[in-house]
Ligand binder design. Structure first.
Ligand code: C2E
Ligand code: MG
Ligand code: MG
Ligand code: MG
Length: 280
C-alpha cells in the first residue's frame, strides 16, 4: 500500500491488518483449546455402490462446534490448523475416533462398514504416520482391512519418494489408500502408477457440471476408463442430482458420495441407515 494515497487510507489499511491478526490469534487460541474442551466431532457421509445402491462405506468428516458458537466448517479452520501444526494432534483424534466408531458399529451388531479418514499434508509427510496408524489400530481394535486413508494428489507430488515409502508401509498393514480431489492437481494418472493406491476420488468440481459441460463429461469419462485400466476403484464426489448419478452409472463409475443420497450425518444416522438396509 502506497502512502501517496493519503494518510487516512494508509491507517485504515493498518487497522484492518490488526483486526485480521486479532481474529487470527483468537481462532488459534480457540483451536488450541478445542481438543481439550472436546469441541470436535465427526460426521459421516455414506459412500454408495452405484451398481447396487448399497452403502459400502462412510467418510469421516471433521466438525468443530466451539462452545456457545455455531459449527465451523473444515474449510474455515483446517488451513489454520495445518499452518500452526495443530492438525497433527487433531488428526490423531480424528483417526482414533473414526477407528473406535468402526469398532462400536460392529459391536452393535452392524455389518462391517469401510471407514475413510482424510489425512492432511502435515500429518502424512511430517510425522511417522504409518507407526501412528499402527498404534491406533492396536489401541482401538480396528481391523485395518476396513480402513481407508485419503490423501490429496498435491500431497503425493510434494515428496513422491517419501510418500511412496509411507504408502507402502500402510498398504502392507492392510490399509487401503485413496487419492482425494483427483483432477485438481497436476499429476497424470500414469504418474500414480508408482503408488499403492486402491481408489481414486473424482473431485466435486468435475461432477457438478457433468450434465451441462461436455468437457467435464469427457474428463470424468476418461478418468473412469483410465482408472479401470489401472485396476483402480473410482468414486465420484459431490453427486447432487439424479442426472449426474445416471451419467456415472452409465459410464461405469463404481461408487459415489453426495447430497443426492445423503449429507454427512451423525453416527446415529449411519446406524439407522445400515439397519434399514439390513431389514430391506
Ligand atoms: P473432502 O475430503 O473432499 O470431503 C468432501 C467434502 O464435500 C465434504 O465437505 C462434504 O461434506 C462435501 N460434500 C459431499 N457431498 C456433497 C455434495 O453433494 N455437494 C456439495 N456441495 N458438497 C458435498 P466438508 O465436510 O466441508 O469437508 C471439506 C474438506 O475438509 C474435505 O474435503 C477435506 O479435505 C477436509 N477435511 C474434512 N475432515 C477432515 C479431517 O478429519 N482431516 C483433514 N485433514 N481434513 C479434513
Ligand atoms: Mg475426503
Ligand atoms: Mg474430495
Ligand atoms: Mg475437497
Amino acid at each position: 500500500q502506497s502512502k501517496g494515497t493519503g494518510g487516512n487510507h494508509y491507517s485504515f489499511y493498518v487497522a484492518d491488518m490488526g483486526a485480521q491478526s486479532v481474529e487470527h490469534l483468537r481462532m488459534e487460541g480457540a483451536l488450541q483449546r478445542a481438543l481439550q474442551r472436546q469441541e470436535f466431532l465427526l460426521h459421516y457421509q455414506p459412500v454408495v455402490d452405484i451398481a447396487t445402491g448399497n452403502v459400502s462405506g462412510v467418510e469421516a468428516l471433521l466438525r468443530w462446534k466451539p462452545h456457545g458458537r455455531p459449527m465451523v466448517a473444515p474449510s474455515d479452520f483446517i488451513p489454520l490448523a495445518e499452518e500452526t501444526g495443530l492438525i497433527v494432534p487433531i488428526g490423531e483424534w480424528v483417526l482414533e475416533t473414526a477407528m473406535a466408531q468402526q469398532v462400536a458399529w460392529l459391536r452393535r451388531g452392524l455389518p462391517p462398514v469401510r471407514v475413510s479418514v482424510n489425512l492432511s499434508a502435515r500429518q502424512f509427510l511430517g510425522q511417522d504416520v504409518a507407526q501412528r496408524v499402527a498404534a491406533l489400530l492396536a489401541k482401538t481394535g480396528c481391523d485395518p482391512r476396513w480402513l481407508t486413508l485419503e490423501i490429496t494428489e498435491s500431497v503425493l507430488m510434494q515428496n513422491p519418494a517419501a510418500a511412496a515409502e509411507t504408502m507402502a508401509r500402510l498398504a502392507n498393514m492392510g490399509v487401503q489408500l485413496a487419492i482425494d480431489d483427483f483432477g485438481t492437481g497436476y499429476s497424470s494418472l500414469a504418474s500414480l502408477k508408482r503408488f499403492p493406491i486402491h481408489s481414486l476420488k473424482i473431485d466435486r468440481s468435475f461432477v457438478s457440471d457433468l450434465t451441462q459441460d461436455a468437457d467435464d463429461a469427457a474428463i470424468v469419462n476418461a478418468v473412469i476408463a483410465l482408472a479401470h485400466s489401472m485396476k483402480l476403484n473410482v468414486i465420484a464426489e459431490g453427486v447432487e442430482t439424479s442426472e449426474q448419478l445416471a451419467f456415472l452409472h452409465e459410464h461405469g463409475c463404481d461408487q459415489m458420495q453426495g447430497y443426492c443420497f445423503s449429507r454427512p450425518v451423525e453416527p446415529q444416522g449411519i446406524e439407522a441407515l445400515l439397519r434399514a438396509a439390513e431389514a430391506a
